[in-house]
Design a binder for this molecule. Sequence first.
Ligand code: SAH
Length: 245
Amino acid sequence: MRFDVVTLFPSLIEDALFHGITGRAIKENKLILKTWNPRDFTDSKTNRIDDRPYGGGPGMIMESEPLIRTIKAAKESSGSHHVVYMSPQGKSFNQKKAEEFLQYKNIILLSGRYEGIDERVIDNEVDEVSSVGDFIVSGGEIPALLIIDAVCRLEEGVLGDPNSAREDSFNNGLLEFPQYTRPDSNEFGDVPDVLLSGNHSEINLWRLKESLRRTLKLRPDLIEDRLLTNKEKDLISEIKSEENS
Ligand code: SAH
């Protein structure tokens, strides 16, 4: 997967990704990352890329011309034609969107700063607007990092065990079951017996049931949106009668 990130703070993007799973993916060329700084594409002698908003109001707006030149350069270099602007006004980014972005192989992420960007950039160059939540942060870099990390994990070979991505919360539409590691018993509690039993079909059934229990409790909306199998329906009735008794 290749990401070209248009940003006033390239090192914010690069430094953050050179660690852990994304760092290894970069070393192994499974994640290709390139940053593009609009300050390198301005005619201004002082490298200025922002100005006051027409009509008045607080703050500064990133100018259209340097941004559009930067995006065009990124498109030419990467061959990518999908430009995503990070903005609180966009559609919510989620696991499904991460899967969709993975299919592009090549995406340009545009990070805003200040009060945002000149609308003409969106009109002319942006294919999609993506938000990481109903709150405002100071720039599009942290939102872009979230997206790069989430998509990178789905790329084949990036996670040591291909099953880990499949088992993560949301990938199967449910929250992940509780996990434990050694020791099997200590002052903080005991690991459920079934996980020590070595019986994989029982373990899988327990995990499905606990995933359902947790999702029902913490994210009932996910259950409402789900086409439940008969087995899942049975487990949910069991959970409900357990919780009522
Ligand atoms: N005035 C703008 C917000 C500007 S915040 C508005 O009301 O819509 C500055 C930049 O941070 C934005 O251009 C955007 O790139 C980024 N940003 C802020 N919050 C974000 C969010 N929730 N999701 C994605 N990007 C965000």
